[in-house]
Design a protein around this ligand. Sequence first.
Ligand SMILES: [Zn+2]
Length: 353
Amino acid sequence: MYLRKISVPSHLRFASSFKELSDNIDEVLCQNSYKRFLIVSGRGSVRRVAKKLFDSLSKRRKGELLVLEANSMATVKDLADFAKKYKPELIIGTGGGKILDVAKLGASKSKIPFFSVPTQVSHDGISSPVAIIKDGNKTLSLGAAIPKGVFVPLYLVKKASARSTSSGVGDLLSNITAVRDWQLAAEKGMEEYDDYAAIVAHTAANSIYTSYNNYASSKIDFTEDFIIRLVEGLILSGVAMEISGNSRPCSGSEHKISHAIDALFNSPALHGEQVALGILISLYLQGGDYEKMRKFFSLVGLPVHPKEIGLTKTQLVEAVCYAPQTRPGRYTILEKKNIKKRQAVEIVNNLWD
Ligand SMILES: [Zn+2]
């Protein structure tokens, strides 16, 4: 019998204070006998968090703090070069996403275990085997080792903007349309479908969508319970990608529409906000309950109309038409329906007055 080997994060801890965060990481460093660590951070307020963590962890072992300017292939190389000289046993990435992805890929290239310390939870990259890196005006989606540990400073995530948390919800809910697209590709004989990865991805999305949607009629508060559930869902998305060996269970036509918005209109909103509009279009085309989803979006602060992310309906039509080109090998409902301008206009007009 063929058995797959996959990696999943060995440690997941939520911390309600800096002390708890530092103690959690310290304990795991001791358990693993790590004596040499490297913390990677971006500039701005996260740098202060990284410095505090560095000061605390370096009391009992050797450490370095590396501040990187931006998300780019150049900074991934800077990190790999630094790691080659300093030889840390562990790389700890802190931040909201962009530098976290640089740290994740740099650690993976250097074959060094990676801990993720996300200060906001705006997308599933907090614990996925994928890093999104800018290379000139291209955005690359590159395979990386899944983080060995995820340490979530809840006290910081709760203080982050509600928009960033809403965006994380949008990215998580995309699993619903992405899994359906994956089934379509499999039915067409274009891809292998992995039931287990699909179940993990789908269940992760439903842990938020079903549980909260059935009871809520007014705006949903981002309580600690909600954020924990969201983080767990995003981590499971990473596990689903690890099982399938690609981003298929979490990225379908709705992500193609968001990639098209990035390419044509220079990323006017957060990733999960753009993906949310994509979800409504994908659900509409897939015959799903887009009205129920739209209602849920309004309860969690996600956009329900293109104008909320600064796009006109005409611009969204352009993005829908361009979407298939953003990832040509990935068959989705857009390719199945062979969407051309006339249909795109019809879809957008039917979804929005
Ligand atoms: Zn995404």
